[in-house]
Design a protein around this ligand. Sequence first.
Ligand code: ADP
Ligand code: MG
Length: 476
Amino acid sequence: MKTHEEVWNNCLKVIKDNVSLIAFKTWFEPISASKIDGSTLTIQVPSQFFYEYLEEQFLDILRKTLRKELGPDAKLEYNVVMENNIFGGAKPYTVKMPATGKSDIKNKSVSISAENVRESSIKNPFIIPGIRQLDIDPQLNSEYTFDNFVEGECNRLARSAGFAVAKNPGGTAFNPLMIFGGSGLGKTHLAHAIGISVKELFPEKIVLYVTAERFKTQYTEAVRNNSYNDFIHFYQMIDVLLIDDVHEFEGKEKTQDVFFHLFNHLHQNNKQLILTSDKAPIDLQGLEQRLLSRFKWGLTADLQVPDFETRISILNKKLYKDGIEMPSEVVEYIASHITNNVRELEGALISLLAQATLNKKEITIDLARQMIDKFVKNTKREISIDYIQKIVCDYFNMPIESIRSKTRKREIVQARQIAMYFAKGMTKSSLATIGSVIGGKDHATVLHACKTVNNLIETDKRFRVFIEEIDKKLKM
Ligand code: ADP
Ligand code: MG
């Protein structure tokens, strides 16, 4: 007598040779055999959908291999265990399927098959229930087009891969297309651009943009309202699925599990997936390995910080679109001061325009400077005591060790006092901390240093220049 494992392993050997490697990994590796009873083998599958899919696609091969192993009366039973995980507490249930043909039970227990999903009314978690598939709102922002997405060295690969995908969704090697890049570099914009372009080229395709966060909420609500099947069927209809910020899935195991199966379903049916993330796949620590490995099937393209020329083009494009004129020196001033985030670049432009209109001022470089000063100050990193010591020492041309030492040489004492003065004014550190970092002094010494520096600023013109110059360097 063979054990259930042996029987199933023998089946797998044959199946492996008869289906594609991807199909095998997706649909057979997650299965395990759980029981054998006479000529009935029970296998464990992760979802109802899994069972339906096996029956739809692989019935013949399952039947042949099982008969070979267990004789002409061979039967296969499925044990669906995923529902158990999701609804916690609910019992796993079993679907019986005689390996001799399509079972009646299948038709009883599976209410919606792959084809009639498209025609039947499905609960759309985005709008009102009972909406027909053609009415699914893709949730796209019409401003975020390819035309409005300025091309530069920083985004060339991602942009052209996005373009290729839009022209042939599901038909390129870029599936999934994974776009990653820091905040404000255009991931969301590019995802929408792909969706908009697909809709223009293939109006009949069902396109959907959703944030990972929203997907997670919908899933949790579906479980709570007992409408998990509607939820999953809705998503299984999508032709081009855009999921924004998949790093939000980190640490959310159940959502990942659901998404994993959805991913497999869509991918298997040549549906296009586009994912964005603010981390490279390798840095997505909180994602399951099997999901990560899926992400790597397609193409990963990153968005870099735009260079100066591209920043200018982005600003000009926006100005042109809004019909606003601005002196080019002002545009250059903004582009050279806001360097690593397109969202901030746009924010600065908008603030400047607001300033100019509200106060009825002309847009000059001076106005831009005032505005940027404020703008950049608000988003500025906190200056560290170490950085202050370094700037002060550089300014007086002395090694940083001297200021930290106990030396009482006049010029070193003075540099130390200046560093303490700036540390008090520019950091949130306590006097005691400042003292201990700068030369191992106590809080009274720091207080004394600040008084001394303030006095000298009042009385010594040359000293005042020192302070002003260091202040400028620190704020650069
Ligand atoms: P992310 O999703 O990466 O945080 P977004 O896509 O939201 O960034 O982009 C932030 C803002 O910058 C948006 O208003 C977007 O239109 C704009 N933007 C980003 N990259 C470009 C670009 N290459 N050309 C034009 N606008 C851009
Ligand atoms: Mg975004």
